[in-house]
Design a protein around this ligand. Structure first.
Ligand SMILES: [Cu+2]
Length: 364
């Protein structure tokens, strides 16, 4: 039992230092005391059982030992509850306690990120070094885009392999003297020509059908509950939100600049973090209206499946339905001038209540 308590002690001491997240201390204390009482009620009566002659805890114990057996069983139920609570604390640590709001050196409303280190790749949708695949999709559209990519890659690999095979055969046998190359067989071969027209056409159709259905579903606007206007500037993004609060139309607008390298807090992402994050509610249909004040920019957040040009004098529209909480990082994706690489986007997906709390804070 000492070893188990040592594991808990180690967890509570180290977990914050390793992952940079705070656990719920009250729950931690409850867990400790529950578990402490539970294991003592479980194991202490066993001394009495041993002293009174019962060799070990068995299911069909004689009646004489039933009282202390019942007490020990009661203790183990408490321990089980405490253990479940411990698992909940771990869950809570990663899901709820993940973000810690603190005073921020730039703006009061932005949230400060505690260092996340190794876990960053899991909980932040940012590009990784030597990344080969997509970021974790946070919208259904992005999942479908990834599916389509895999579907197309399937045909692509088959075509690549067969073309490579044919080329290799041609290269190897081109100068071969001991093979009777039936060149004549390929000339004016109608059947062959029919097949090598029809097969690629069929492949194109099988690629086109899912591709078009996805294209049209991306364009679909699903009764948006709120609208976020995004304006690209050289070289930052600004945002406008119109919300009806207390029966009055209130406007929130703010600029969002990249955080310079010297000002980065530990754990924040270089060239990706902004001074003010945009909050959007999860599980809510959102409409983005995207435009530009100067040159063409492109508003792109890979995890959300959004990449939309921001053109001056023109409104582009994109719909968004974010499935889970998180930080979603993006960048301008249209060469727009010298600081094109330094106008990142951070979208923080929060619950609707947190979103309205933030809106009210921004209005004050
Ligand atoms: Cu740009």
């Amino acid at each position: 039992m000492g070893a188990v308590f040592a594991i808990f002690a180690g967890f509570y001491y180290w977990i914050e230092k390793i992952v940079g997240l705070a656990y719920n201390e009250t729950l931690g204390k409850i867990h400790f005391w529950l578990f402490f009482v539970g294991v003592n009620i479980t194991f202490f009566p066993m001394h009495f059982l041993g002293l009174s002659g019962m060799p070990r805890r068995i299911p069909d114990y004689p009646d004489a030992f039933s009282f202390w057996n019942a007490v020990a069983s009661f203790g183990s139920y408490i321990s089980i509850i405490a253990t479940l609570l411990f698992f909940y604390i771990i869950y809570d640590l990663f899901m709820t306690q993940f973000l810690v709001t603190q005073a921020n050196p730039w703006k009061n409303y932005a949230k400060e990120i505690k260092p996340v280190m190794a876990l960053s790749a899991i909980f932040f949708d940012v590009p990784e070094a030597f990344q080969l695949n997509f970021q974790e999709p946070a919208t259904d559209i992005m999942s479908k885009i990834i599916d389509l990519h895999h579907d197309v890659a399937f045909y692509l690999i088959i075509i690549l392999c067969s073309v490579l095979y044919m080329l290799t055969v041609i290269v190897i046998y081109y100068h071969s003297d001991n093979i009777e190359t039936p060149r004549v067989a390929f000339e004016h071969h109608e059947k062959l020509e029919q097949w090598w027209t029809m097969i690629p056409a069929a492949i194109l159709i099988t690629i086109a059908i899912p591709s078009f259905s996805l294209l049209y579903s991306i364009d679909e606007l699903n009764d948006p509950q709120l609208t976020l206007k995004v304006i690209g500037h050289q070289w930052y993004w600004s945002y406008e939100i119109g919300e009806i609060i207390d029966n009055k139309l209130r406007e929130v607008n703010f600029d969002s600049y990249m955080v310079a390298e010297d000002d980065l807090i530990t754990g924040a992402f270089r060239l990706l973090d902004t001074d003010v994050h945009v909050l959007l509610p999860i599980r809510t249909p959102v409409r983005l209206i995207i435009t530009s004040a100067d040159v063409i920019h492109s508003f792109a957040v890979p995890a959300l499946g959004v990449k939309m040009d921001a053109c001056p004098g023109r409104l582009n529209q994109v719909s968004l339905f974010i499935n889970y909480n998180g930080f979603f990082y993006g960048q301008c994706s249209e060469l727009c001038g010298i600081n094109h690489a330094f106008m990142p986007i951070v979208i923080e997906a929060v619950t609707i209540d947190e979103y309205y709390a933030w809106i009210r804070k921004m209005l004050d």
